[in-house]
Design a protein around this ligand. Structure first.
Ligand code: ADP
Ligand code: MG
Ligand code: MG
Length: 899
């Protein structure tokens, strides 16, 4: 098979279907070329070659692919009318990495490759543009040295060694912009850069173009295993063996003068999802200048420019003079660009993120990809594309990454508090959201505070990990397409970029605005939707589920076969979950209610009692409190089913273990300290999670089950009488392992219910079922199903007991297990289909053998994890249950599983 796939001249060997082989960038370059978009000619070395390189080493691989590479370069030469390695008429190349998924800024790019002292002369002869040539040369040395030769700043407080030289020269020359450098300045830079390389590497900068090319290709391969790529892969779970492709392509130059430019654009707003073409550009610039924030980039559209001017409080005259849009400066080229972006969005049927360069009045497209976006933009764009007819319902649903919905469920600033807050500075609304935290200036210190805001002059790919940890990101430089902005939107992290008024000093760790100074650790708040940076902590409130988000939820429910319920222990959580669309409660843990101050006393009194009579007295105190809780929950659930689990944890969790609190307990209950201590000792177990808990409690102390059953039934009857709500309690017996265990509990519940109905002279419907969380229960599921109305898989305990991993101690080795690949996922996070999943499947099947209509659900943490939800669907469950904030995620995941 081919090692090299060519593209350019409106044709290509590959296309977008070859993403795995050509990487995202290469596949899309080929695709664009095929559909007639002007792309500089070039070729892609496949990801397979990257893998071969890892296995076989540099020499073998270069020897093997060299003939194909030479032949492909000849084709570029023919198209471009220049020759690679020629002194008089040199062809310059860009060498770009590209993995199968876009990893923005993760891998490295080298531009202007092929330049050396001779080629510089030839190119000046050919173009008559001395400035452009020296500018390209100094850029080349700078990039090549960073990427291929590995020259990095020595301390984190330092600038990149080349930036240092640039800053120094700017200061000496009293200029601020790269474009103000004279030819002589640029020549000086080249000289100084080469000196740095000589000093730091002990060797001269490589001058042979072919050496340069292979050096760059190998560097791209190596970057696949660099720190940044490793971290990004780990974060997203991408496997190592994917490898990266290398794209080698003819250079086109945005730095040839006032008729040249470079830029980045989006077919829609990546922050909000609005259907508005937008982007940024720079005249007489190259490559990453726009993204790196070397100069403040300009807006592509007139509308964008005006919006920007409004935020920056710049007058219309000033705007037109200093910050004009591409639409106004190069209207013809803008029109052409506008058409390409429409064409590309229609072709890919998704929001595109594109890069372009204008060389002396000719427009070239350098990249397109499905744009990274915030959770809000993801939802809006999918629903808009559906409305516009570009997607059908199922495709639109599949465009949603359920986990990213989490972003939409985060708190937003309270408008009242926002009005009162003091605005420190104004930046660009780079990634919407609300964040509050303490200032840190270095990415590797983001974890210094529990909530931190990373404040940087600009960010670089090295900062990724810290950006992920921080609550929000602020940069003084860079626009809406800067590294910080793009990465933040991808993470759904709040970001304000380009807040030019901030004077950041890394050495003193301070931030100055006007004459006010802020230190590391000071609290600030940032509003990613307006670009405001605010002093101190600004209050937040719960978000609402409306607009496109609500539409998405409706669409999900249309396809999902499972219901989504919530785990909720109190009316507040139940109400939140209802507002997110939960259709019932899958798990109410009754013990959580016992931890409140006055209740714990009664609970302890019950535990301490040595006689049934004593226990009953204490339980009678608890009864009205529990009843009240249930009434609140039934009311909040408005008639949807509510599964209530009987007391589950070992009793010793309710007694105090510190001397001081034991003393309080003794006083409260009017007994001796010794008696308390003795009881605590009596209750202590070596392995409490496998000890006296669950239905083992209910079977040794039946009066507990009796009280709880009474509280549930009475609450339902009361709510019916007082509010007219027909509740549907499902009473759940935990930790069942034998049939008889369940039967005894069932009998108590039934008797209590009947007795209560008689007293109330009324009835309500209710069911009695069991948790499936002990492996033995799943084996005997057919027998249990004869007596149980429903099963609810408690996959937390089931995972714990199937693996034999203690949930509370597994942290110590799980990390190592994941790193060594012994486990693919944390089984407490992602349901283990292979093992635990078999028990779930078998339990469900056996249960339904005896009772075909048996209701089956899941109430473990897994109920809100998309891949586990998909498994529950496969098994044929009736519902999943998860925490309130996971309900929308589970609804979409359930729909995706069904289509
Ligand atoms: P990344 O994946 O980090 O975006 P790219 O490979 O897209 O890296 O390269 C970064 C930048 O270099 C591009 O945005 C583009 O401006 C510039 N560039 C890449 N290839 C060329 C080329 N053939 N001609 C001119 N500029 C290029
Ligand atoms: Mg890059
Ligand atoms: Mg790019």
């Amino acid at each position: 098979s081919l090692s090299v796939y060519k593209f350019g001249n409106k044709k290509a060997d590959g296309g977008k279907e070859l993403k795995n082989l050509l990487g995202g960038k290469g596949a899309n370059l080929a695709e664009m070329s095929r559909i007639g978009i002007p792309v500089p000619p070039g070729f892609t070395i496949t990801t397979e070659v990257c893998t071969q390189y890892t296995q076989e080493g540099q020499k073998t691989v270069i020897e093997r692919i060299e003939p194909e590479v030479r032949q492909a370069i000849e084709e570029i030469e023919a198209t471009m009318g220049a020759v690679f390695g020629d002194d008089e008429n040199p062809l310059l190349l860009s060498v770009r990495s590209g993995a199968r998924v876009s990893m923005p800024g993760m891998m490295d790019t080298v531009l202007n490759l092929g330049l050396n002292e001779e080629a510089v002369k030839g190119l000046i002869q050919k173009t008559g543009n001395e400035r452009f040539v020296w500018d390209s040369y100094r850029r080349f040395i700078q990039m090549y040295s960073g990427v291929v030769l590995g020259l990095k700043p020595e301390n984190k407080e330092d600038l990149d060694p080349f930036e240092e030289i640039i800053e120094h020269l700017k200061e000496k020359r009293n200029i601020t912009l790269d474009t103000d450098f004279t030819v002589q300045d640029l020549k000086d830079l080249v000289f100084d850069f080469k000196e740095v390389v000589r000093k730091r590497t002990g060797k001269a900068f490589p001058s042979d173009p072919w050496d340069q090319l292979w050096g760059a290709v190998i560097a791209v391969f190596n970057s696949w295993n660099g720190d940044r790529a490793l971290y990004y892969r780990k974060m997203h779970g991408y496997p190592e063996d994917w490898g990266t492709a290398v794209n080698v392509q003819a250079m086109v130059f945005g730095n040839m003068g006032q008729d040249s430019a470079t830029g980045v654009c989006f077919t829609r707003d990546a922050g909000t999802g609005e259907n508005k073409f937008n982007g940024e550009y720079l005249i007489n610039a190259q490559g990453e200048d726009v993204v790196a924030g070397v100069r403040t980039p300009l807006q592509i559209t007139k509308l964008g420019s005006q919006r920007w001017a409004e935020l920056a409080q710049v007058s219309e005259e000033e705007r037109l003079e200093q910050f004009p849009s591409l639409e106004e400066v190069m209207p013809e080229l803008y029109k052409e660009l506008f058409e390409y972006q429409r064409a590309l969005e229609n072709h890919y049927r998704d929001m595109q993120d594109m890069e372009f360069t204008i060389q002396q009045g000719k427009l070239w497209i350098l990249q397109t990809r499905n744009g990274k976006r915030t959770g809000a933009a993801m939802v809006k764009i999918a629903m808009d594309l559906l409305r516009e007819g570009l997607l059908d319902e199922k495709t639109a649903l599949n465009r949603i990454d359920p986990i990213k919905l989490d972003e939409l469920l985060h708190p937003v600033f309270d408008p009242q508090a926002l009005k009162k807050a003091h605005v420190i500075a104004q930046g660009l609304p780079a990634s919407p959201g609300a964040a509050t935290g303490q200032i840190v200036f270095f990415a590797d210190e983001a974890a210094k505070f529990k909530n931190s805001i990373l404040v940087r002059i600009e960010t670089s790919p090295e900062d990724l990990e810290g950006m992920n940890i921080a609550r929000g990101i602020v940069t003084a430089r860079g626009g809406m397409t800067s590294h910080a902005a793009v990465v933040a939107r991808g993470m759904g992290k709040c970001c304000v970029s380009g807040a030019g008024a901030l004077k950041i000093n890394y050495k003193t760790r301070t931030l100055k605005v006007g004459d006010h100074e802020y230190q590391e650790g000071d609290w600030i708040s940032i509003n990613g939707s307006t670009g405001n940076i605010l002093e101190g902590k600004v209050a937040t409130r719960e978000p609402e589920l409306s607009g496109e988000f609500a539409e998405l939820m409706e669409l999900s429910d249309k396809f999902a076969l499972m219901d989504v319920r919530t785990n909720a222990d109190n009316p507040r959580d139940a109400r939140i979950a209802r507002s997110f669309g939960a259709r019932g409660i899958g798990l109410t843990r009754t013990e959580h209610m016992f931890f409140e101050v006055d209740r714990i006393k009664a609970m302890r009194e019950m535990i301490l009692a040595d006689t049934v009579k004593g226990r009953k007295t204490a339980l009678n105190k608890l009864l009205p409190m529990q009843r009240e809780d249930f009434e609140g929950i039934f009311e909040a659930m408005e008639g949807f089913p509510v599964t209530i689990r009987l007391l589950d944890p070992p009793l010793h969790e309710f007694v105090p273990h510190e001397l001081a609190t034991q003393r309080d307990m003794a006083e409260d209950l009017h007994i001796s300290l010794e008696a308390v201590k003795a009881k605590v000792a009596e209750l202590s177990e070596f392995n409490p999670m496998m000890g006296h808990r669950g239905c083992r409690l209910g079977n040794t102390y039946p009066e507990i089950t009796e009280m709880q059953a009474r509280a549930i039934i009475e609450a339902a009857l009361n709510v019916k009488k007082e509010k007219g709500i027909e509740s549907m309690p499902e009473i759940m017996v935990p930790l069942v392992g034998t049939v008889k265990e369940f039967l005894l509990q069932k009998e108590i519940i039934q008797n209590t219910a009947e007795e209560t109905f008689k007293r109330y002279k009324d009835r309500i419907p209710y069911t009695i079922g069991t948790m499936m969380e002990i492996p033995r229960a799943t084996l005997l599921a057919d027998q249990i199903a004869e007596h149980a109305d429903f099963f609810s898989f408690g996959t937390n305990d089931l995972t714990q007991m199937t693996f034999g991993y203690s949930r509370d101690d597994a942290g110590k080795f799980l990390q190592v297990y994941l790193e060594k690949g012994i486990l693919k996922h944390d089984p407490f996070e992602v349901l283990d289909r292979e093992g635990v999943g078999q028990l779930v499947r078998m339990g469900t099947e056996r249960g339904r053998q005896n009772k075909p209509k048996l209701k089956v659900g899941i109430c473990g943490e897994h109920g809100g994890e998309p891949s586990s939800v998909a498994f529950c669907h496969e098994v044929g469950m009736n519902y999943v249950s998860c925490s309130p904030y996971r309900v929308p995620i589970a609804r979409v995941a359930a729909a995706q599983a069904a289509i």
